[in-house]
Ligand binder design. Sequence first.
Ligand SMILES: [Zn+2]
Length: 388
Amino acid sequence: MAVSSHTPGGLLKLIRDGAAATRADLAGLTGLARSTVSQRVDALLTDRLLIEAGEAPSSGGRPPTLLKFNQDAGVVLAADLGASHSRLAVSNLRAEPLATCRGQLPISAGPEAVLSWAVDEFAKLLADAGKAASDVKAIGVGLPGPVEHSTGRAISPPIMPGWDGYDVKARLAESFDVPVLVDNDVNIMALGEWWASSNSADDFLYIKVGTGIGSGLILGGHLHRGADGAAGDIGHIQAGDPSVVCRCGNPGCLEASSGGGALAQALASQGYDTAVTSDVVQLVRAGNPDAIRAVQEAGREIGSVLATIVNVLNPLDIVIGGDLADTGAEFLARIREVVYRRSTALSTRQLSIRASELGDNAGITGAAAMAIEHAFSPSAVNERAGVG
Ligand SMILES: [Zn+2]
């Protein structure tokens, strides 16, 4: 349900989104009387959700006071739980980390072990950042598998023994009495990259090429999860060598021939010491021609799948992340070459395809952003303010 922009939460959103910066802007955008706007802004100032930040240039008369969302009106906790290691952060309300840590506990250690570790580390990080548990407004968590976002439960995740159906929200809420949001790792990376690019494109794709291949879709300014939270799983589109059977059981999946895991395996069968994606990246950087050829071929194949997606969704911005993006310009160049050749002229007229800005920080940035969007949504702000 849309919340009226006339409510305190709605006014705060106009400021957060950059649509308004002064009381006069708010009155102009909403049609509310100046006195009503002032009253609601005063309440938001009292709650420290807004702060006054100097004066705007005057167009004659007294210069108007600039209003800003108070990025220090609390913190959020962010967890990017990965297959082999995890990152945690305490972040301000611009999703910027104030304190971070990294742990080597694999997700396969199970939910009790991993989440207990996260709770203990969050307490230490809060102390490092000089914050208290009462400053925490929400928690965002990314998991390396399919997640039902509404319940925060992983659903039949292939590499997460013990997590199927586990109630992540309830476990974390035992320690922190705040909302807990859970999503898959690629969706939170997409959100993170989108925030870092100032949410400039309403239609935005993030592609992660690591051991596997996945994507997160921002459509019309919102993360598109699909009916069951399964949207964006491009690694299992049939596009690769049909004689190769994927771990999902189907032949010819994109990630079964072009994911980092597949490239490491293919190079290992040629006698190279490549066990994981980062070994492939090292070979490419060392100038090995077999590794370079393999990565270029993967780039072309990923490009042909992306060309189809570009034709269907017409994004403005595509960001490529994951370990294989670290192989550099060649990989990105092959992807671009195929996308621009195979997509329609209109759909590529403004399209940019670029490498990730955030790298390893995309996950915690996005987990924090997801938590902030929830905790400071108009309805959440109104509810805390006692507005119906
Ligand atoms: Zn597959």
